[in-house]
Design a protein around this ligand. Structure first.
Ligand code: HEM
Length: 491
């Protein structure tokens, strides 16, 4: 009996110690409105139930303020859509790391690449990889972009007269081919898994496991993952990706770089192989960096093109304005090549793409984590170990910043005079600060070139109504129902 009493007392003391060690989290909770959710699970279950209603966070913030506190498992999650707080976070050196749950989920699935690295390793790696995104390297990709988009236009041509078609998959295949070829070079052409789309499917499957593992960190436990059948899927997809990459990397390593290095541009694979040869990164890092780039690039770029087409189909008056500009720059429809100089002239298309990235940002939510205690400009002290979620989706629809028309499509939001009036952190589709998207210039170049060719060739239409779009809470933006598009040939 005495032993039982002692055990209970020990448990109570342990519990008090546990709560005491977390007192700073609870202090933060007292200063911010929000929801606790269930013990240990936090809002994980609610997230699953409300997955289809990403707007529930915006609605909560409309009621309680633009910065709120919730719990993801046992970890506090500060969520914000306030540009001033977002700036505090993105410029601070205490919030460079992604949240631990996201990092372990990514490492588990795609390896230790730039996207998931933590300080102090991240800043060193970022400097090493930056040269792969210099303008001279990006210009080298124009022929790949033109060539792949020509193939997509030829395919879309077959949909003319077919009524409304679901083209999301075809657009993702296009952006996957662009990402793979620009990241890995042309060696990938002959790979069977690339040709039969298995490689792309494996990347998509891995991305969905990363999302699951982030929202429900307990799924990262090997035993639980095995019981749920996730582990088998993860191993199969990771194996397919790694085998493909290893073949390509090994083939490259066998080439004698000394003879040809002057002619090889600093693309991601070439840069990573050089760093490996110089002893700056390991062999596994070469594969991880390539894999991370492909994962980070293809769905985001493909979705941006798809979202823009959907929005222009729903708002045809803006599509007409974009078309007028395209007709001026490319007077004939047939098989034109887009150059960098052409791109500079497409200023209305710039506005359209930005507006599409505002309403449907390819990455709707950024989870960062405080590595030290850190004070926000509103005076609130955020302790070390708190996850800070920058809600890009809600920030881009924050009525305090974008006014009463925040929810509607209007490319004029990106007229220079309107941009100058807004807080610079109110529009952050590629994040901002030191750890912004390394590929943002390439992403915009890909999306603009793809859209220029598609919209010069076709008029797109849809009967799906903008008001009926439903947004699923996911790592990349997901729509509950895919609007279908109808294609008509332009003159
Ligand atoms: C429209 C397309 C794209 C969007 C909306 C997008 C958005 C983002 C966002 C929001 C981040 C997170 C930054 C943060 O944590 O603060 C990010 C990171 C990253 N993106 Fe992109 N991205 C796009 C395309 C690309 C492309 C084309 C590439 C590569 C070719 C790329 C490579 C990366 C990498 C490697 C990171 C991690 C950077 C780091 O942690 O240092 N992204 N991107």
């Amino acid at each position: 009996m005495l032993a039982v009493h002692l055990l209970i007392i020990a448990l109570i003391l342990w519990w008090i110690r546990f709560l005491w060690s977390r007192r700073r989290f609870y202090m933060l909770m007292l200063q911010l409105p929000g929801k606790m959710g269930l013990p240990l699970l936090g809002i994980a279950l609610e997230h699953l139930i409300k997955k289809r209603g990403m707007t529930f966070r915006s609605e909560f913030m409309d009621k309680h303020g633009s910065t709120v506190l919730s719990w993801l498992g046992p970890v506090p999650l500060l969520v914000t859509r306030d540009p001033t707080i977002i700036k505090d976070v993105l410029v601070s050196s205490e919030c460079i790391n992604k949240s631990s749950h996201t990092v372990s989920a990514m490492n588990n699935c795609i390896g230790f690449g730039l996207l998931a690295l933590r300080e102090p390793i991240w800043s060193v790696r970022r400097k090493l990889m930056n040269p792969a995104f210099k303008t001279n390297v990006l210009l080298f990709f124009f022929p790949i972009l033109n060539d792949e988009t020509k193939k997509l236009v030829t395919l879309l041509d077959t949909f003319i007269g077919q009524g409304e078609t679901d083209v999301l998959r075809d657009i993702l295949r296009w952006s996957f081919r662009v990402s793979i070829k620009t990241t890995l070079g042309s060696d990938v052409h002959d790979d069977e898994n690339f040709k039969n789309n298995k490689l792309m499917e494996s990347y998509q499957s891995i991305a969905s496991i990363v999302t699951l593992n982030t929202v429900m960190p307990f799924l990262q436990n090997n035993l639980i993952a095995k019981v749920c059948g996730i582990e088998k899927r993860r191993l199969k997809d990771a194996d397919l990706i790694n085998t493909t990459l290893k073949n390509i990397i090994d083939k490259r390593l066998k080439c004698n770089s000394e003879n040809t290095s002057l002619h090889i541009p600093n693309t991601v694979i070439n840069r990573a192989i050089k760093l490996y040869r110089d002893g700056d990164i390991s062999y596994e890092d070469v594969a991880s960096e390539c894999s991370i780039m492909i994962s980070a690039a293809f769905e985001t770029s493909g979705l941006t093109v798809w979202h823009t087409l959907i929005l222009l189909a729903m708002f045809p008056n803006y599509q007409d304005l974009a078309y007028e500009e395209l007709k001026r720059v490319f007077p004939t429809r047939e098989d034109f090549e887009v150059t960098d100089e052409d791109m500079q002239q497409l200023t209305y298309l710039d506005r359209v793409v930005n507006e599409s990235l505002r309403l449907l940002p390819a990455i709707p939510f950024l989870p960062r984590e405080t590595s030290e205690d850190f004070r926000l400009s509103n005076g609130i002290l955020v302790p070390r170990g708190v996850t800070i979620g920058i809600d890009i989706f809600s920030t881009h629809r924050n009525p305090d910043v974008w006014g009463s028309g925040a929810g509607t499509f209007n490319p004029d939001n990106f007229l220079t005079e309107n941009i100058l009036e807004r807080h610079p952190y109110a529009f952050i589709p590629f994040s901002k600060g030191k750890r912004n998207c390394i590929g943002w210039k390439f992403a915009l170049m890909t999306a603009k070139l793809g859209l220029a060719k598609i919209l010069r060739n076709f008029e797109v239409g849809t009967t799906f109504r903008y008001e009926d779009l439903e947004f699923v809470d996911n790592f990349v933006m997901e729509l509950a129902q895919s609007p279908k598009l109808e294609f008509k040939r332009r003159g």
